[in-house]
Write a protein that binds this ligand. Sequence first.
Ligand SMILES: Nc1ncnc2c1ncn2[C@@H]1O[C@H](COP(=O)(O)OP(=O)(O)O)[C@@H](O)[C@H]1O
Ligand SMILES: CC(=O)OP(=O)(O)O
Ligand SMILES: [Mg+2]
Length: 402
Amino acid sequence: MKVLVINSGSSSLKYQLYDMTDESVLAKGLVERIGMDSSILTHKPADKEEVVEVSEILEHNTAIRKVIDKLTDKTHGVLASVDEINAVGHRVVHGGEFFNESALVDKEAKKNIRALIDLAPLHNPAAVMGIEASEVNMPGVPQVVVFDTAFHQTMPERSYLYAIPRVLYSKYKVRRYGFHGTSHYYVSLAAAEFLGKPIEDIKIITAHIGNGGSLTAIQGGVSVDTSMGMTPLEGLMMGTRSGDLDPAIVPYVMNKEELTVGEMNSMLNKHSGLLAISGISSDMRDITDGWEKGEPNAKLAFEMYEYRLRKYIGSYAAAMNGVDVLVFTAGVGENSAIVRKAVCDNLSYLGIEIDEELNKIRSGDARRISTPNSKVEVLVVPTNEELVIARDTYRIVEESQA
Ligand SMILES: Nc1ncnc2c1ncn2[C@@H]1O[C@H](COP(=O)(O)OP(=O)(O)O)[C@@H](O)[C@H]1O
Ligand SMILES: CC(=O)OP(=O)(O)O
Ligand SMILES: [Mg+2]
C-alpha cells in the first residue's frame, strides 16, 4: 500500500510518500513559509536529486496541488500516475472531544473537524483544505485523520481542568487538550529506545519547538501534562503566538481598542510572539541573525523565548518530581544550537550539562548532547509525525477493507 502523508502546519506543509510494505519513503518534501514572501518547495525523491523551487504560495491548497505535480512529474516524480496512491493520511491538530483516536474521513468527520476551527484557527482550516484538495485530486482514495490531541487524553483532571466554574467544562468542554501529541509520542519512544531504557521507567520532558511550540511531561510512558491548552495558544512564546498571559488582558485590550473577538484572537495568534517582540520575523533564524547584527529587539525576543521555555522545563521537573531525559525536537529544537545552549546553560541547578561540541553537530539522527556527568540525558530527536500518521493510516484502511 502506498500512503501519502500530509502534515499541514501553520506555516508549512510537509509530505511523505510511503511504501508500507517496508515503510520506505519514496519521496518527501516540504513547502515552507506559506503565506510569507518567497515560499520554498523542496522535493526529494528517494533515488533522485532534490529540487528546490521558490515561488509565492499563499495557501495550503495551492501547496498540495504543487506537491502532487512534483510526485507525478516526468523528471522529479516517483509515480507514473496519481492513481498509485492508495491512501492519504492527514495530520489534524484539534480533535476536541469528537475524536479520541485516528479515524477514516467521511462527511461526519469533516463536519466535526470544521466545527473545531474556532478552537484551532491557525490549523484546522489547513487540514480541511488538505482533505478537500486530496479529494479533488485523488477521488475515491480513502483518507485518514490523525489528531495532535489524542496522545494527551491520558492527562489527569488536575492537569487538564482549568480553575474556572465546572459548568464551563460540562457545557462547552472547556479544558486543556494539548497538541503536537503525535510528535511528543514519537520522540519520547525514540528517546527511550536510544537510551535502551523502558519508557515506563523514565521521566521525560519533550520540547517540541517549531513555529508552534509545546512541552510535555511524560511519566510512565504517558502524557501527564502539556503546555498547550484548549487551543494551541497557551504555554510557550511562539513564532506568532503569545503563549501564557494574564487572561484579564483580553477584555481590557478589547475594551480599550474596541476589538472584536475575531480581532483579539488574531492579535494573539498571528501578531504576537517572536514576531511582535522583535518587529522582524516569526522565524528563529531571522531572530538570531537580527541579534548578531545588533538589533536590540531581536535580542529581547530571543531572551523572552528562552526564559519562558526554561521556566516551563523547571515547572515540569517539579510536576514529575524530577526529570531523567530532556528531548529537543521540531524546527527550532532540532536546528537551533543557540536556543538549546541558552536553555541548558540556565538549567544547571537540575544537574543539566551539555557538551558544546556535541550540541553544534548537525545531523538527522537522534543524538545525545549532554556530557557524561549530566544528571539529565539531553537529546535531540528529529520528530517523525509522518511515520506515525502513515502507520495509523495503513492500519485503519486495512481494517476498513477487511
Ligand atoms: N536552522 C534553523 N535555526 C533556527 N531555527 C530554525 C532553523 N530551521 C528551522 N527553524 C525554525 O523552525 C520553525 C519551523 O519549525 P516547524 O517544526 O517546521 O514548524 P511548523 O510545523 O509549526 O510550521 C521556523 O519558523 C524556524 O523558526
Ligand atoms: C499545534 C501547533 O501549534 O502546530 P504547529 O507547530 O505545526 O504550528
Ligand atoms: Mg509542526
